[in-house]
Design a protein around this ligand. Structure first.
Ligand SMILES: Cc1cc2nc3c(=O)[nH]c(=O)nc-3n(C[C@H](O)[C@H](O)[C@H](O)COP(=O)(O)O)c2cc1C
Length: 139
């Protein structure tokens, strides 16, 4: 099992309709390819974690990297993992812009800001921390 995380900048302002259209394609495709993960979006950036078989994760990443809806992709991490972290989600979407103000300011205190938006992290351990914080919202 492999896991890849990357950050990118959207070419247009992100709203839920954009995230949702990505999720719609992702849910069908990812299920077929045994890929699971999470897509976190602010108004300006994406942070996505993909996990699954080596070939499938690689192939999907290169498809996504060519998608004209975003640019400036940065790989945060890629490696072999013992098991999935997101086995319940073919692709779970989280719009940071949809969170309430209290939560958002808490996250900004931890992770910082980038152009007024929550700064999506580029260090692997910070990504794990952010995912953990987001997971708690579902519990
Ligand atoms: C930020 C971002 C994340 C994406 N994530 C996925 C994904 O997890 N799975 C997927 O199949 N497509 C994803 N896409 C879409 C792909 O780039 C591509 O448009 C899609 O896979 C094409 O699918 P189709 O051949 O079924 O039309 C993503 C696009 C963007 C911009």
């Amino acid at each position: 099992m492999y896991r890849l995380a990357y950050k990118s900048r959207s070419r247009t302002p992100i709203d839920w309709a954009l995230v949702d259209s990505i999720l719609e394609t992702s849910n069908t495709n990812n299920m077929e390819r045994e890929i699971t993960g999470i897509l976190i979006a602010t108004r300006t950036h994406f942070l996505q974690v993909l996990e699954g078989p080596f070939e499938a994760v690689n192939a999907l990443f290169y498809t996504i990297a060519r998608d004209a809806r975003h640019e400036a992709l940065q790989i945060v991490s890629f490696g072999c993992v013992e098991r999935r972290s997101f086995d319940e989600w073919a692709m779970h979407g989280v719009g940071i812009f949809g969170l309430n103000d209290t939560l958002l300011s808490q996250l900004k205190t931890t992770h910082g800001e980038e152009g007024g938006e929550l700064r999506l992290p580029t260090a692997e351990w910070q990504v794990a921390a952010l995912v953990q914080e987001i997971r708690q919202l579902h519990d």
